[in-house]
Design a protein around this ligand. Sequence first.
Ligand code: HEM
Length: 275
Amino acid sequence: MLSPAQRESILSAAIAAVVTWLLVYGWMHRGNGALDPDIGWGYSLGILGGSMMLLLLVYPFRKRIKMLQPIGSVGFWFRFHMLLGLLGPVAILYHARFSWGALNSAVALAAMLVVAGSGLVGRYFYSRVHRGYSGRKLEVRALLSEMHDLLGELVDPGTGGAVLKSRLAPFEQQAIAAGAGFWSSAASILRFSLDTRIAEHRLKREILALPASAATPARQQELVATAAAYFDAVRRAAEFAFYDRMLRLWHLLHLPLFFILVATAILHIIAVHMY
Ligand code: HEM
């Protein structure tokens, strides 16, 4: 039985695969003349892509306006936002035949690609400071207590738990130290992330090499899973403050980029219907 997080990552991987395939296929067949942006399917794809990008704007409104609650959850509209934010630009790329065209088209296309690309970066920052997509922020305090709980589970002398606990505990303080500061913390977070990955790899090897008298194979798997969850929690706690600031900075940049996209798209629509 798959957990909701596993289902989510399988779905994300499937969407990424479909979008990549559509992009590669479209790029490879871009010169075959099957689509014309002025008429038929080529024109319709322009309307479809533009409509998708209009529809994805429901998310910021749903997030801010309580009265819109009946139309669906914030999480649903955010997922839909990201899906349409990928499929809309793909439809526009097919409409544009994967070429820049006239200056007004090129500017609108570039603005769209920048906004969609920026969305992907924003999604990464968002995922580092939120639990899921419902708008619920992570709390460092909750992460720390998660770490304590994980260590608590390990107190089971004679089965390798006590040793593992003493090996993991120092990382908690290091996580708090690495997360302090702002620009200085970018380097320490990277180092901490690397250190914890190396430590995790070593510990895993050591646990799996324990004799069966110290820990049965099932217990070894349990210890490996606990260590992995612990390292994930310390990394997230260390990174939280940094990514929280990055997400705020990203918001400051994303919104003006979006308005540039709207202005250039309107100019493009007027230009192609006038000339
Ligand atoms: C051309 C396509 C896209 C447009 C026009 C667009 C537009 C927007 C707008 C207007 C916002 C609201 C900003 C705010 O509330 O301050 C937003 C937020 C966001 N978008 Fe997009 N977006 C696009 C594609 C994407 C893609 C492809 C992704 C990721 C897969 C994405 C991820 C995000 C994220 C993470 C946020 C911030 C959510 C939050 O903090 O609540 N966007 N986008």
